[in-house]
Design a protein around this ligand. Structure first.
Ligand SMILES: NC(=O)c1ccc[n+]([C@@H]2O[C@H](COP(=O)([O-])OP(=O)(O)OC[C@H]3O[C@@H](n4cnc5c(N)ncnc54)[C@H](O)[C@@H]3O)[C@@H](O)[C@H]2O)c1
Ligand SMILES: N[C@@H](CCC=O)C(=O)O
Length: 516
């Protein structure tokens, strides 16, 4: 199968009147579909349930975006059986046939790009550009993993040995469970599902309960693209009920989880426990949270650094695992960087995500609102509140972008993942101290260094312990194929989503040797 070289999907420029108009129309079309109901998909059949998950718009909290069927353990059992039934034929297809389904799905998503972005605006509270970027990333995952599957299907190199014919090749694992988070509701859901699938596995996809409608849209697209029955089983349901049951199930072959450290650790532990009748070690990918830092050195371009901190801390309301929640600035430039960040933060416009002027939308739900506001209260005792600090949950879950200055590196708000629009400024004596502070966390996901001094950048390259390190740019926005993504330590298994090794997490190599 000849395919063109992978290229990242371009982002939409909403400053162009035609794009602006098209997005306005997409929002209206999507709004007209509010309140629809979406089924489970098990073995290629749509299944409804008496109980439903109701999905609300976080910006207008009584507005129902849609309802989705709610699976029980019986459905989970049926879905696992369906996934195993589909595994034989799907795994025996050539990689090119599996990749073709992904390429078709990418083409469908491209055609429906703004419609899908509009669903994200309403269901996840993403601003226009954030929603558009998420859809583009989903398309990238389809295109990129399709190509990686073709590459991995090629014969693998082995050293020749006289008198023998030797070969090594990759085979899929079996039927597994995919548990994505709500914060990249199409991109991460798509990538974590189609990666294992294009490698020849079959899956049960349990979407996050805050964004199940976008999950249902993904499922519609995969069906339209020709995914055979049972290869992807769509199973919205409560994490602790359906998720726990399937994680512990002896016939679950792998778990592909992205989410919080608390849930990730629980899954890691549960999956490690052998169940009666279980004949394998479950493969677990667990990509978890972060406490990401931007380090600013005296040699940095301070305006660039301030811009980088603001966009990394407050993009999508700070609800990214990659978000900058610590700004570690060396003493000589601390006050100036802080002042610039405060000024820029004051100018951010908080509002409804469907308003194109909005830069900071709502946080995802009441629980997130309360949790973030609790951290802001803690922050008042741990630092100097210099901007923000207020929340308003009357209409939707809005929190002002918040900056705390003069926070100690061991303070709660400098150690725990807040997952909201809150950044702690920490003063470092010098660059050595800044690196020590940056590494003083149990996480290790993203980080960024602003410096012009080449010696310092080179030191950071080796001594700043994170999976994704950036120089003189924001610490969010990894691109598929360009910045393979994943973190160290309590940030997870470092599976490097969007990288050339990702599919190997869902495959096993087999070596065959024949005497000649
Ligand atoms: N490292 C990464 O690549 C990455 C990417 C995105 C988000 N995240 C992290 O995800 C978190 C935010 O997402 P979230 O709030 O959806 O996380 P979460 O851990 O609350 O939920 C993630 C998923 O797990 C499910 N779940 C919850 N309890 C479960 C259980 N007992 N068994 C099985 N599944 C269960 C949820 O329904 C959801 O689908 C943050 O910590 C963020 O840093 C990490
Ligand atoms: N891959 C995204 C973060 C995903 C986690 O939330 C980024 O690079 O900003």
């Amino acid at each position: 199968m000849a395919v063109p070289e992978f290229r990242n999907e371009p982002l939409t420029d909403f400053s162009q009147p035609a794009a602006h108009q098209a997005m306005t129309e997409a929002l209206a079309q999507v709004r007209a579909q509010f309140g629809r109901h979406y089924p489970l998909w098990i073995g290629g059949r749509a299944v409804d349930t008496p109980e439903r998950i109701v999905s609300y718009n976080p910006g207008r909290k009584t507005e129902v975006v849609g309802t989705v069927a709610r699976a029980t353990r019986e459905h989970a059992e049926q879905a696992l059986a369906a996934a195993w039934e589909a595994f034989g034929p799907w795994s025996r297809l050539p990689a090119s046939a599996r990749a073709a389904v992904l390429f078709r799905a990418a083409a469908i998503m491209r055609r429906r790009k703004l419609e899908l972005a509009a669903w994200e605006v309403y269901e996840a509270g993403k601003t226009w550009p954030e929603a558009d970027a998420d859809v583009a990333e989903a398309i990238d995952f389809l295109e990129y993993y399709g190509r990686q599957a073709l590459r991995l299907a090629e014969p693998q190199p082995v050293t020749p040995l006289a008198g023998e014919f030797n070969e090594t090749f990759y085979i899929p694992l079996g039927a597994g469970l995919v548990i994505p988070p709500w914060n990249f509701p199409l991109a991460i859901l798509t990538g974590t599902t189609v990666g294992p699938v294009v490698a020849g596995n079959t899956v049960i996809l349990k979407p996050a309960s805050n964004t199940p409608v976008i999950g249902a849209k993904f499922m519609e697209i995969m069906i339209e693209a020709g995914i055979p029955a049972g290869v992807i089983n769509f199973l919205p349901g409560p994490g602790p009920e359906v998720g726990d049951y399937l994680v512990a199930h002896p016939r679950t072959r792998f778990v592909n989880f992205t989410g919080s450290m608390e849930v990730g650790l629980r899954i890691y532990e549960q999956a490690a426990r052998r169940q009666p009748g279980q004949i394998w070690l479950k493969r677990v990918v667990a990509e978890m949270g972060g406490k990401d830092a931007i380090v600013v050195d005296e040699s940095a371009d301070l305006e660039e650094a301030a811009n980088g901190i603001v966009v990394s801390a407050f993009g999508f309301q700070g609800q990214k695992c990659s978000a900058c929640s610590r700004a570690i600035v060396v003493d000589g430039v601390y006050d100036e960087v802080l002042q610039r960040v405060v000024e820029k933060t004051r100018q951010l416009r908080v509002g409804q995500a469907d308003d194109p002027a909005t830069q900071v939308g709502p946080v995802i739900d009441q629980a997130a609102f309360q949790k973030i506001m609790r951290y802001i209260e803690i922050g008042r005792g741990e630092g100097r509140l210099v901007v923000g600090g207020q929340g308003d949950d009357r209409e939707g879950y809005f929190i002002q972008p918040t900056v705390f200055a003069d926070v100690d590196g061991r303070a709660t708000i400098a150690q725990e993942e807040i997952f909201g629009p809150v950044v702690a400024f920490i003063r470092a004596r010098d660059f050595d101290h800044a690196l020590a502070l940056a590494n003083d966390t149990m996480y290790g996901l993203t980080g960024s260094v602003y410096a012009r001094d080449r010696y310092k950048l080179e030191r950071a390259k080796h001594e700043f312990h994170v999976g994704n390190l950036y120089f003189n740019r924001k610490c969010t926005g990894a691109l598929v194929g360009v910045h393979p993504f994943g973190g160290w330590n309590m940030s997870g298994t470092d599976a490097k989503a969007g990288g050339p090794d990702y599919l190997l997490w869902f495959m096993q190599p087999k070596s065959v040797s024949e005497k000649l």
